[in-house]
Design a protein around this ligand. Structure first.
Ligand code: HSE
Length: 435
C-alpha cells in the first residue's frame, strides 16, 4: 500500500490531538484512502519527548526537517500566529509540500499570498480546522453547498465567548471567573482578548465570506465588537425580554453589497442559535436553493480539531493517490473568477436595538433621553427603569424599533454627553426576523 508521509510542526493541543487521531484511526483511514498515512516527524521547540503511542515518530527542534525534508509529503502547521507560521508554510510550498493548517489568523490575513503560492507549485492547502474546530464547515461550503448562492452566514464561531456568555446566563458567574475556566479547558486563544473582543470570530467570518462570495475579503472589512462590555444585568434584561445574548458573526448578501460584522446580539430564545450551549459552535448558512442549513458541534479542543486536521490530510492523500491534486479549488471558486464585492457600511445597517443607559434618577431625565432619540428618528418600543441603585444612578433600558446604526451612534453620543449620564451606554443589537 502506498504511504503518505506527514510532518507536523507544533505539538500543542491541536498538534497532539492530530497525532492521536492519526494513531487511533490508522486502519480506518487506510481503508478509506487507499494509502497508509504515516506521521513521520514532529517539530516542536519545547517538547522533551513524544508520548509512548508515537513510538517510531521522530522528534526534532529543526523545522526544516519537516518543511523541506524529502521524506515528507504533507506539512501540518499547528503553531498558530502569523510568524513564523507564514514563512514556514511558504517554505514548505516552495519545496513542493502540501500543507494543512488550523491557522485562522494567518489564512484570514495572508491567505491570498499562500493560495497563490500553492497554485504556482500545484500543491494543496487545507484549512478545515481554521473555522468551527471539528465541524466540517469549510467542506460544507465548498462542496455540499456548491450549487447555492450564499445569501447569509450567521454564526457562533468562538467557543470561549459562547462559554463565557452561557455561564454568565445560566449560573450568574462573573466574566473573569468563566474566562479563567475556559483557558484551563484549553479552548481559549493564547491571547484571550482575541476571543472576547470578537477578533477570532472575525478571522473565521473573513474565511467563510471569501469562500461564499468568491472575493478576497479583508479583516479590515469586518466591523468588530466583543462581549467585554456585557454585564450580568444585560443578560438579565435579555432574559426578561425573551432573548439570549450571543456573540454572532453576521454576513448578509444584498447582491450589490455584503455585510461583514461581529457583535453581541440578542437572539430570540427560540432561535436555534440561542440554544448553542457551552463551548459549542453553530454556523448557519442560507443558500438560495437549499434554504437554511445549520452546522453544530465542538468548535475547539484537542480531538475535535484534530479530527478536522486529519480530514484535510485524508483529502490530500486521496487526491495524491488518484492523481487529482487540487480537484476542488481551495477557496471553492476558480482563482481567476474571484471579484471584488462591496462591503455594506456598518453605519447603513438597520435593526432594532437594546440600550442600557446609566443615568441619575432625577425628574426630566427620561424626557431628555427620549427627546434625543426622537430627534434622530429613533422610535422607542419599550422602556424599563429599575429601582434606584445606591450611588443614585438607575439603569434605563430602552428597546427601539428598527433604526439605522448611524442615527444610533449620533444619538448615543449626545445621550452619553448629558451631565446626568454616569457611564457609557451599552448598546446591543437585537436579531430581527431575518437575523
Ligand atoms: N479560541 C477558539 C474558540 C478556538 O474559543 O473557539 C477555536 O478556534
Amino acid at each position: 500500500m502506498r504511504e503518505i508521509r506527514v510532518g507536523l510542526i507544533g505539538f500543542g493541543t491541536v498538534g497532539s490531538g492530530t497525532a492521536e487521531v492519526l494513531h487511533l484511526q490508522a486502519q480506518r483511514l487506510a481503508a478509506k484512502t487507499g494509502a497508509a498515512i504515516r506521521l513521520v516527524r514532529v517539530a516542536d521547540l519545547r517538547l522533551a519527548a513524544l508520548p509512548p503511542h508515537l513510538a517510531g515518530v521522530e522528534l526534532t527542534r529543526d523545522a526544516d526537517r519537516v518543511l523541506i525534508a524529502d521524506d515528507i509529503d504533507i506539512v501540518v502547521e499547528l503553531i498558530g500566529g502569523i510568524e513564523p507560521a507564514k514563512s514556514f508554510i511558504l517554505k514548505a510550498i516552495a519545496h513542493g509540500k502540501h500543507v494543512v493548517t488550523a491557522n485562522k489568523a494567518l489564512i484570514s490575513q495572508h491567505g491570498r499570498e499562500i493560495f497563490e503560492a500553492a497554485a504556482r507549485k500545484n500543491v494543496e492547502v487545507g484549512f478545515e480546522a481554521s473555522v468551527g474546530g471539528g465541524i466540517p464547515v469549510i467542506k460544507a461550503l465548498k462542496e455540499g453547498l456548491v450549487a447555492n448562492r450564499i445569501d447569509a452566514i450567521l454564526g457562533i464561531m468562538n467557543g470561549t465567548a459562547n462559554y463565557i456568555l452561557n455561564n454568565m446566563t445560566d449560573h450568574g458567574m462573573a466574566f473573569d471567573e468563566v474566562l479563567k475556566d475556559a483557558q484551563a479547558k484549553g479552548f481559549a486563544e493564547a491571547d484571550p482578548t482575541y476571543d472576547v473582543e470578537g477578533i477570532d470570530t472575525a478571522h473565521k467570518l473573513v474565511i467563510l465570506m471569501t469562500m461564499a462570495y468568491g472575493s478576497h475579503v479583508r479583516l479590515s472589512d469586518v466591523s468588530i465588537e466583543g462581549i467585554s462590555q456585557i454585564d450580568p444585568i444585560d443578560i438579565e434584561f435579555a432574559r426578561e425580554f425573551g432573548y439570549r445574548i450571543k456573540l454572532l458573526a453576521i454576513s448578509k448578501n444584498h447582491g450589490d453589497s455584503v455585510e461583514a460584522r461581529v457583535h453581541a446580539t440578542m437572539v430570540p430564545e427560540k432561535h436555534m442559535l440561542a440554544n448553542i450551549g457551552g463551548a459549542f459552535n453553530g454556523i448557519q448558512f442560507v443558500g438560495d436553493m437549499v434554504g437554511d442549513v445549520l452546522l453544530y458541534g465542538l468548535g475547539a479542543g484537542k480531538m475535535p480539531t484534530g479530527s478536522a486536521v486529519v480530514a484535510d490530510i485524508v483529502d490530500i492523500a486521496r487526491n495524491i493517490v488518484n492523481s487529482a491534486v487540487n480537484r476542488v479549488p481551495a477557496l471553492s471558486w476558480l482563482p481567476e473568477k474571484f471579484q471584488e464585492v462591496a462591503i455594506t457600511p456598518m453605519e447603513r445597517i438597520r435593526g432594532p436595538y437594546y440600550f442600557r443607559i446609566t443615568a441619575q434618577d432625577k425628574p426630566g431625565v427620561l424626557s431628555k433621553i427620549s427627546g434625543i432619540l426622537g430627534n434622530h428618528g429613533i422610535s422607542i418600543e419599550s422602556v424599563i427603569q429599575k429601582s434606584r441603585e445606591k450611588k443614585g444612578t438607575v439603569p434605563i433600558v430602552i428597546r427601539t424599533y428598527e433604526a439605522e446604526e448611524s442615527a444610533v451612534r449620533k444619538a448615543l453620543a449626545e445621550i452619553d454627553a448629558l451631565e446626568v449620564c454616569a457611564a457609557r451606554t451599552v448598546k446591543i443589537r437585537i436579531m430581527d426576523n431575518e437575523g
